[in-house]
Structures are given as C-alpha cells and as structure tokens.
Design a protein around this ligand. Sequence first.
Ligand SMILES: [Cu+2]
Length: 498
Amino acid sequence: MDQPRKPLIANRCRLRRREFLCGVGASFALLAQPSRVIAKDGASAAQNEFRVVTARTGYASLLGASGPPTDIWGYDGTCPGPLLKVRRGEEMKVRLVNALPEPTTIHWHGLRLRNAMDGAPNLTQLPVPPGSSFDYRFTARDSGTFWYHSHENSSEQLARGLYGLLIVEEPHDVGVDRDIALVVDDWRLSPDGSIDTAFRSMRDASREGKIGDHFTANGSPLFDIPVATNERLRLRLVNAANARIMALRVDRHEPTVMALDGQPAEPFVAREARVALGPGNRADLFIDARLAPGSTSEILLDTGMREVAIARLVYAHARARAAPLGDMRPLPANPLPERMDFAGALKLDVALDGGMMGMMGPRGLAGGNQTGQTSKSGPGTAPSRQGYSGAAIWSLARRASDGHSARPLFSVKRGRTVVLAFANRTAFPHAMHIHGHHFRLLDRLDDGWKPFWLDTVVVPAGQTWRIAFVADNPGKWMLHCHMLEHQETGMATWFEVG
Ligand SMILES: [Cu+2]
C-alpha cells in the first residue's frame, strides 16, 4: 500500500521556534504550531488514522474535457478537494501537508468545533509553512453540509482552488434517493484558460471584491446530475466564490429548502425555485424529480445580465417509481441553543464602513504585521505580494484589522447571548461570517427571528441587520466579511468567549 510522506510530530527545529517568537510576537508562543514534514518510509499506527490532505499544485478541467487543463492549487491537487465525510458525533482527523510555495491553514467553515482547530492564522494557530504539516482533530457536533478552505492569503488561495466539501452525515437515513453536491465558483481566467494572477487588486477590493465570469460546479463548466422520474434528490449547494453572491434557480422544479449553512431549517419551498447564496453560504434542497423520463432540466446562475447553466438534471429513460414520495420530514435537529436571553444580552452596533464611495484612505491595518498576510515562520518564505497588502479600505466597528489584532472586538462570558447590529453604511453588500457559532437572523421590526440558522449573512448596502447567538464555544473566534478581498483590507476582527 502506498504511504504518503509522514510528518514527524516530535521534530521541531529550535531555530525556527525562535524565529516564530521574534518574528510574529511572543503571544504566538501559545498558538498551536505546525510540524516539519520529514520524508520517511512507513508510519506508526497512530499516524495512519489521519486522513492526509496535501495542499499542492494540480490541474482542473475548468473549461471542460475538450479545453486545456488549468493549473490550480488544490487539496490533493484537485478542485474541489477530496470529499471529506464523517458521521455526526465522530471524530475527524485530517493531517494538512503543505506542499505549496507559501504558508497556509485549513478553516472548517461552519463547524462548531474546538477553537484550536479553527484554522484562523495567528489567532488559533500559526500558519503552516511550506514543507510542514498540521493535524486537525475535532468531533463533528452537527450533521449537515459544510466546507473547508484555506484561511491564509485567502483571496489568492481560494481563487486558485483551495477548498473542498465536508459532509457530516445525519444519524439516520433522511429519505432521499440521491445525494449530490454542487460546489459553485466563479473564476477569472486568461484567454489560454490559466487563472488570472492579478490578485489583491485595489480596484476589486474597494468594490464588490473579485468577481469572475467563468462558472463551474464541482470544477466543471456544466455538471450533469443523473436522476430518474419520481426520485427525491438532495442537492447540497455551496458558494465557494471569493465575492460573488450566487443567485441560483432550478428550472421546472420546485425545490424545498431543508437546511441553510449546514443547519436544518423549518422546510420551505424556495420562491420561484430560486436560492441566493453569499460567499460561504450553503443550502440543502430536496427536489422531487417530476419531469418525464428522458427530460433534461438546467440549474441556472443569474449573473444579473443573463442566466448561465452550471448543471443539469439529466433524466433516465425509465421511472424510479410510479409516483413521487410523500411528505418531506425535516432533517434531524442539531444540538443548537433552544433559547436566548435577550434581556441579559451583550448588544453591540457593528458599523461597516469604507470602500468606493465611502473610501477611508490608504491606512495600514491595525494590529498584526503590516502586510497582514505574510508569515515569517519558516523556510520557503512567501513570495512578496503585490497589490493591496496591508492597506485598509474597509472597517468593521470603526477599526480596520486583519482579524488577529491585539484587541478583540468584544469579550463575553461563555453562555451569554450576543446581539450584533451590522449597519452596512457602504455602497456594497457584505457577507458577515462568524466562526465557531451559528446565529439567528432577527426580524427587522420585532424580536422574532427567521426560522433558520446561519453562519454567514449577506447584509445589503445601506441596511442594518441584526443577528443573535449564544456565545457558548470558548476561545478566540474571527468575525469577518467573507468577500475575501474585503476581509483582507480591513473588514475582519475577532471576539473572545471566556
Ligand atoms: Cu465585504
């Protein structure tokens, strides 16, 4: 059996440790540190239990089978990366090996896991230098649709393909015939099919972020989903784009929204068969395939100018059964807080400012180093970055930060309810993402809330939206815009649950 190169956890170079302390501040001594990868034949039994995921260069057929392949960065060299699956309540053990030319981490988006495994660089762990590895190990508390992606130099590393799907399986069968995921992305490609490497553009960052015009689902320009008449399909949608809000429509079908951002919702029929997902958002749809055998139906992405097919439901020539299945039962609940104490809540106004038509001026980011990105923590130091590195274009609660500054936005005792009012005073929408917790979106006029949970919410320009959550997961958690160019130019902070 082929064994991947195994890291030796015990081997830590003293010199490099000293560099950590000098280079990025003594407080980071407390952060979990990566291990050096040592090429070695054979491995201990304990190491075998980890699923090794290597961040490396690879290829993807973004232009389809007939087009030239595109050089990407991907987990195990593929985009999306390998599908990771675990059953609820079980432990996930992933060893990230960094074979990239620059540092990286993995963030497990939407998972309410223990803080040290969250992958927030310089907040919960040191970035993993090239040639090193990091062991992620956590229990999956919630079943649902999640994804994992780089959280270091995110705007470039995600745009190059470093993301994948993570499914936490329900404790019992949910009554579908097929379970298909569509990880949707938009790419900016050069005419020869290669990824446009003009990352960190001030122009993109000060507007809606980097928007691509080449669309893929699961790395393919048109992904075919086989179905049969009267089957029930579970469709897991993930928006993996840097900045685009994906407005999707399933033609000639009536999808029911069963879960959002991994958490079961009170099922509801999607209006006009449309679902809009901000960057990072997921939706689980149940779709009864009611067209005639041999039919084909499209899943369309609305660019605002036109609709583009990104996938198709391709019907078999025979029926699966004589009639569709009966009622849809809600997905099994996850252990989320049942109530919130609004009277005793910490309430905070979080102003979102900056950007084009609200420009703050070119200041440096508060906290952290001025590049905000570049790790000095190991060999193969990241190449010098062009573009906006270190510039403050946006602010969150009147501070422009890279998300690991010395001071948290707030500190809260474990178990307290937190209400945040995101006041978007900019000319662009922002996808506000909170790590380690799911929140309720509050109604505009009263203290009711929407019948679903989210970990990322798109706050439209000029509007104030309030969210509430119980800060029940101890540690240091990022709160940032998931439009990655915004995140990297000021719209990021963190909070502490004690
Ligand atoms: Cu934003």
